[in-house]
Design a protein around this ligand. Structure first.
Ligand code: JAE
Length: 239
């Protein structure tokens, strides 16, 4: 997968040299390039923003540098991803769909945002996805790109040693995961549930399913709306 990130703070992305993302880059699984938007400015002050039409607080990112940057990194297979507080909520399903694409371009907005015409113009040449990480506002899109890059990269073939964990983890299966435990069996007077030490794999699977359903019902009942009814059998309803 090819990924191009455009930002006025390219140093924000040094975390993408670390851990499994760094290994994915080293293994050639992920071809990541980070670009400084100011590369595509033409004035001595390398200006990327200006005052908003219609007035209002703050500054807006100018269209010209963005258009030149997108033209420089685009490919026929590119999809533009723009983190934004006004975007579609980003979910695991979005991570799965992005992980299947050959080329992602991330546009990191700052200030009050990017001139809308940049997105409208780009949409005439490539798919554009404006995504929100949640109902809160950051200083810019950079941190959101790091989160999205982690959610996407871990799904790429060869990145996670044990691909099985991808199917069982929270949100991948559509529900919240059951609690997990490791040694010691008793710690500060708290014991690991006996069922997990029973060796009875059928009983363990049922317990985990019940815990997953109870946790989801308690913390994220909204997940049941999208959960296929046929995957909730009568035993689950008894949980
Ligand atoms: N450009 C921009 C500004 C704030 C923000 N918060 C979450 S994503 C994002 C993107």
């Amino acid at each position: 997968m090819r990924v191009d990130v455009i930002s006025i703070f390219p140093d924000y992305f040094s975390p993408l040299d670390l851990s499994l993302i760094g290994k994915a880059r080293g293994a050639g699984i992920l071809d990541l390039s980070v670009h400084d938007l100011r590369t595509w400015t033409s004035d001595v002050h390398r200006t990327v923003d200006d005052t908003p039409y219609g007035g209002g607080p703050g500054m807006v990112m100018r269209p010209e540098p963005w258009a030149a940057a997108l033209d420089a990194v685009a490919s026929p297979a590119a999809t533009l991803v723009v983190p934004s507080p006004v975007g579609k909520p980003f979910t695991q399903a979005d991570a799965v769909s992005l992980a299947a694409l050959p080329h992602l371009i991330f546009a990191c907005g700052r200030y009050e945002g990017i001139d809308q015409r940049v997105i409208d113009d780009a949409a005439t040449r490539m798919p554009v996805r404006e995504v929100s990480l949640g109902d809160y506002v950051l200083f810019g899109g950079e941190v959101a790109v790091i989160v999205i890059m982690e959610a996407v990269t871990r799904l790429l073939p060869g990145v996670l040693g044990n691909a099985d964990s991808l199917t069982e983890e929270s949100h991948a299966a559509g529900l919240l995961e059951a609690p997990v435990y490791t040694k010691p069996a008793s710690w500060r007077g708290l014991d690991v549930p006996e069922v997990l030490r029973s060796g009875d794999h059928g009983r363990i699977a049922r317990w985990r399913r019940e815990q997953s359903l109870l946790r989801t019902a308690s913390r994220r009942p909204d997940l049941f709306e999208a959960y296929p009814a046929e995957r909730l059998d009568k035993r689950d309803r008894a949980a």
